[in-house]
Design a protein around this ligand. Structure first.
Ligand code: NDP
Length: 298
């Protein structure tokens, strides 16, 4: 005990991005296609601005074209829908990401459902949700964070068939699509949430435990089956210690306890976090190839 493998999401994400850069180069060389990703930000949410800047930088780094649209906080819904429609029609744009949350006067669902499902690299459009839920992974665009978690799990464990997987959290962005992915990969899959009767006991049964609850260190060491693989999606900021400017980032799993019990575990930061943008870029390549009806470069 005490020697869990620490899953290097940061390193995996860097490798994934260099693979994407090679695919982008191959698409240019072999087909004259440059994948393009458009990111739309409305308003001045500071966290959103950081994400969007980081996405744009990494998009350019892998050789894709980055289109950035920063709209004023009081942009009307109509104007935003017009922009999305323009991006749908723009052949240089293969992926469209509208950074959430949107200001209150704009209906998020309406915006998401205006995005062409083939360009919906976040995988939030009902068409893509439905494709994932029906197991049509050849045509679905899959949400980036859970897809990144799946990649780490397969890298760690190989074939997932028959494993007992428990997903803590049932959000549409992480928990539910994660459960569908695990099911599609032949896990015996369970979702636990805030109304689950004995959540610790359910988790303790899991060979694979994916935690996305947004609660600092909720999952304790004794919730984990010895040898289990634990993926911690949570990103929580602690209050700053005296002398610190910002509090440190921790996950939804009590890492120091969990690593005594688990077989492998993702750290926070440096685990799932860096995977999300890398998968976004990979999804953009996938979307590009589907739109041009060319095979995805190896
Ligand atoms: P949501 O708040 O949308 O969903 C949280 C889920 O956890 C809900 O289903 C909720 O249950 C459940 N939950 C909350 N409290 C408890 C509890 N005490 N016991 C059991 N279940 C509970 O969060 P997200 O899914 O969007 O995100 C989860 C975490 O992942 C956050 O920390 C977020 O910051 C992080 N995150 C990280 C990303 C990344 O690494 N790139 C991307 C996205 C999210 P119920 O439905 O019953 O209320």
């Amino acid at each position: 005990a005490g020697d869990a493998t620490i899953i290097d999401g940061k390193g995996f994400a860097a490798d994934l991005r260099s693979g994407v850069a090679q695919q982008v180069q191959a698409l240019k060389d072999q087909h004259g296609i440059t994948p393009g990703l458009a990111v739309v930000l409305v308003g001045e949410n500071p966290a959103s601005q950081v994400y969007v800047r980081s996405k744009a930088k990494k998009t350019v780094e892998v050789g894709m074209e980055s289109f950035h649209h920063h709209l004023d906080a009081n942009t009307s819904e109509h104007e935003l829908l017009d922009l999305v429609q323009q991006l749908n029609d723009d052949e240089r744009v293969h992926g469209i990401l509208v950074q959430l949350p949107l200001p209150d006067h704009i209906d998020e669902d309406k915006v998401i459902h205006t995005i062409d499902p083939q360009k919906d690299v976040d995988g939030f459009h009902l068409m893509n949700v439905g494709r994932l839920a029906t197991g049509d992974l050849d045509n679905a665009m899959v949400p980036c964070t859970p897809l990144g978690c799946l990649m780490l799990l397969k890298d760690q464990l190989g074939d997932l068939s028959g494993k007992k997987a428990v997903v803590a959290g049932r959000s549409n962005i992480v928990g539910k699509p994660m459960a569908h992915l695990l099911l599609a990969n032949n896990c015996t899959t369970e979702i636990v949430h805030s109304r689950t009767r004995d959540i610790a006991a359910e988790c303790r049964d899991a060979d694979i435990l994916v935690v996305a609850v947004g609660k600092t260190r909720m999952v304790r060491g004794d919730w984990i089956k010895p040898g289990a693989t634990v993926i911690d999606v949570g990103i929580n900021r602690l209050d700053p210690e005296p002398g610190e400017e910002k509090g440190k980032l921790v996950g939804d799993v009590a890492f120091d306890e969990a690593k005594q019990v688990a077989g492998a575990i993702t750290p926070v930061p440096g685990g799932v976090g860096p995977m999300t943008i890398a998968v976004l870029l990979a999804n953009t390549v996938t979307a590009t190839c589907r739109q041009h009806n060319v095979a995805e470069p190896a």
